[in-house]
Design a binder for this molecule. Structure first.
Ligand code: CDP
Ligand code: MG
Length: 735
């Protein structure tokens, strides 16, 4: 079960700090109010106007500023041109005074660990310094980021600073989107993309420097990159390796890279007051909203950063904040709401970096991306509900889930630090000091220890790394998870019984997709429907944003959607129908509007599809089309997703066939009311129940036909002909 909401029973009475100190500045509704620059009475009125019940906070401690007076920025000189202003701004960053020293150190050592507070200029400046010092004459400078948005936004910033067009000298590369050219010398990319580059260039010959940035995030791809770059650095003595991190556990990186020297960029941070709630909050979303309004009405100017767990939450908070402030007119100052999350369209991403107009206040609603990867200037207040989405994996069942979990203490400190970059800040934690001290782990477990490894194992195998157990992992994955990955790849026929890559596996590795999706595509050759299957794969890769369902037009939207589902064809086929209909209208935007389809998502699907088409050619799979034969398409899907089979129970719920677990068809599915006896699902999502999202009907004998080494006849017996004895049915219901 998810611990989504904190246990209100948590013993706050035991909190040693609880009664020590009242929140000195104001205790809403209780003690006196102190209101920055505002008139007291006015603010109290505003307060009444905006909400009735406030949240009580208590200040527990102050996170010390770590500023070094000598390193403080000189006054910004008057702007002459945008570019020279940016050049001057570069000189105010904490890293700037260390430019020469850093370049010297890079010159003297092959591998360096660089540590510096978020916002000190590591990501944007170091690659530029290297370029200015001539490193790009010998090869590209590559800089990896765990997140796509960071790669895009940072490269845009650097291109701007260098006065070049993005995609020319400075570019980025993320999955399905390559914004680089022949000219590109500074290449920002996701860690996963660099990992894929090893497939084509195992010694990274075109690079002179590789900077593994945000190393502290310890994403799966970053961890694998560590092992690979460490290995090539041994025989490519001309390659420089920079490992950069925002946190101080740099010793571990240094140890791993054979005692590489650590270069510390002295930080600059102002003191941050840390406030905790006096009692646990039952609903952190609501608490976050109230806290934002509370800050807005009462606290002196300065922007607010709120950490939420994902797009849905961000949209909810965005909507409620708009609703609550709407119609207040001049009662309160303007509140500019800026969301930022991975799938936010590029044109809207820039908004968070725009300066806040005089008299207004900006509130940035962000996912974990704002914890260390992105620096937003002007933030003075941080609201930290204490949660983030964390992937977890059960190697026994092979089930992966993305759950809302409490953050670690290290994360909480990073979040708080975001408020003290340009002046003293305040962090409002929506949990108690007791929770913080007793319930939060010190650090987040590295992703490699809590994820499905099938994808990585396939990549490593195709790089010729066979001995995975002895791979130089910084922290090894659980051996159970490695074994499960090997098993899964074997079941998908990507590996043979000796664990060697097969022809199928080699083809699968060419696709930057999950092995199940890659297998589905490779299998489409056999069923002569590769055209249809890559459309489906592209639509699935876009995620859950194809159908548009505005609150005031839900009925219309649902009706429009039903058109694509007619005949209970299943969700994959419905997605294919959407794509094909759109294509028939010559990719019309108008058509999308009329059918409640998000045109932006469709364009992305088209892009992805184009790339998959190119990859098909590369692995020599003929484009074939078989639109009339839905069974052929479903069999191709089953070839990739046979692990995801489920069978209807008497109770109306489903039971997964292997590793039995009770699941349900997601209400948004076209099959939600049809209840086929056997289904294949694309993914499981846990909300109020464990739901299967994107479902097709399955003929059970396909399982034995397609995956005979995984399913035996007994697994699929009772395929409808045999009637269950009464007792058995009842027993199933009570289970
Ligand atoms: O990597 P690190 O956290 O050390 O800092 P950085 O990302 O290089 O940021 C240095 C400066 O560039 C900060 O003051 C940011 O505000 C600014 N920046 C920006 O204005 N726009 C971006 N897209 C990225 C960074
Ligand atoms: Mg950075």
């Amino acid at each position: 079960a998810i611990q989504r909401y904190r246990d209100p029973g948590a013993g706050d009475k035991m909190n040693p700090f609880a009664e020590q100190e009242a929140w000195e500045e104001h205790q809403i509704g209780k003690a006196t109010l102190k209101f920055g620059s505002k008139d007291k009475k006015q603010a109290a009125d505003d307060y009444q106007y905006v909400f009735e019940d406030g949240i009580d906070f208590i200040k527990e401690s102050v996170m010390d500023g770590i500023q070094d007076e000598d390193a403080m920025p000189p006054e910004s000189p008057g702007a002459s041109s945008a570019k020279s202003m940016l050049q001057d701004e570069r000189k105010t960053l904490p890293i700037y005074p260390y430019r020469e020293e850093l370049l010297q150190a890079i010159n003297d050592h092959q591998v360096i660990v660089i540590v510096g507070e978020t916002g000190s200029g590591k990501t944007t400046q170091i690659p530029q310094y290297l370029h200015e010092a001539g490193y790009t004459k010998r090869g590209k400078v590559g800089c990896t980021q765990p997140r796509r948005v960071a790669a895009m936004s940072v490269s845009a910033r650097v291109a701007q600073e260098m006065g070049v067009k993005l995609g020319h000298e400075v570019g980025y590369s993320i999955r399905f989107e390559d914004c680089t050219s022949e000219k590109t010398v500074l290449k920002y990319m996701t860690d996963g993309m660099l990992l894929r580059e090893f497939l084509g260039e195992p010694d990274l010959a075109s690079y002179s420097v590789v900077m593994v940035d945000e190393a502290h995030e310890r994403t799966l791809s970053t961890d694998i990159l560590f092992g690979l770059v460490k290995d090539i650095a041994r025989f490519r003595k001309d390659l420089k390796l920079l490992i950069s991190s925002a946190t101080l556990d740099a010793e571990k990186f240094s140890d791993y890279f054979d005692s590489a020297p650590i270069f510390k960029i002295p930080g600059r941070r102002y003191p941050v007051d840390i406030h905790f709630t006096t009692a646990p909050e039952a609903d952190y979303i609501d608490a976050a909203i109230v806290t934002v309004l509370q800050i807005h009405v009462i606290q002196p100017p300065g922007d607010i950063l709120v950490f939420l767990t994902g797009q849905e939450e961000i949209e909810t908070v965005d909507e409620i904040l708009k609703h609550r402030t709407r119609g207040l007119g001049t009662k309160i100052a303007e509140l500019i709401i800026c969301p930022i999350y991975a799938n936010l369209p590029t044109e809207l991403q820039a908004k968070i970096f725009e300066p806040t107009p005089e008299g207004a206040r900006k509130v940035v609603l962000a996912t974990n991306i704002a914890e260390t990867s992105l620096t937003i200037d002007g933030i003075k207040y941080v609201v930290d509900p204490g949660f983030c989405k964390i992937k977890s994996y059960n190697p026994r069942t092979g089930m992966e889930s993305l759950l809302v979990n409490p953050i670690s203490k290290a994360s909480a400190m990073q979040r708080a630090g975001r408020s003290g970059r340009t002046g003293p800040g305040k962090c409002f934690r929506l949990y108690t000091a007791y929770n913080y001290h007793h319930d939060l782990e010190d650090n987040t477990v590295p992703e490699i220890q809590r994820t499905n490894l099938a994808n990585v194992v396939l990549t490593l195998k195709s790089l010729g790394i066979h001995d995975l157990v002895n791979f130089d992992f910084m922290d090894p994955p659980p051996s159970e998870a490695l074994l499960k990955a090997l098993e899964q790849l074997f079941a998908l026929s990507a590996l043979n019984s000796r664990g060697e890559l097969t022809k199928v596996g080699r083809r699968m590795a060419e696709f930057p997709l999950d092995p199940m999706l890659s297998k589905m595509i490779v299998a489409s050759e056999k069923y002569k429907c590769s055209e249809e299957v890559i459309s489906i794969a592209a639509m699935l890769s876009v995620g859950n944003s194809i159908f548009y369902r505005p609150k005031d037009k839900q009925v219309h939207a649902d009706n429009a959607r039903k058109n694509f589902h007619s005949g209970f064809v299943g969700d994959h086929i419905a997605l294919l129908n959407v794509y094909n209909c759109w294509k028939e209208t010559d990719f019309s935007t108008q058509w999308c509007y009329e059918n409640y389809i998000q045109v932006r998502s469709m364009k992305r699907a088209r892009d992805i599809r184009d790339q998959l088409e190119g990859l098909l050619e590369r692995v020599e799979i003929e484009p074939t089309s078989n639109p009339g034969d839905l069974d052929a398409i479903k069999k191709a899907i089953t070839s990739g997703f046979f692990h995801h089979s489920a069978k209807l129970q008497k109770s109306g719920a489903y039971r997964t066939v292997k590793n039995p677990q009770t699941v349900h068809i997601h209400p948004s599915s076209g099959l939600a009311e049809y209840h086929p006896r056997w289904v294949i699902y694309h993914e499981l999502v846990l909300t109020t129940k464990e739901y299967m999202r994107q479902v097709i009907e399955l003929k059970p004998d396909w399982l034995v036909e397609i995956a005979p080494h995984y399913y035996q006849l007994k697994d699929v017996e009772d395929s409808g002909t045999k009637k269950l004895p009464r007792g058995e049915g009842r027993a199933e219901m009570t289970q």
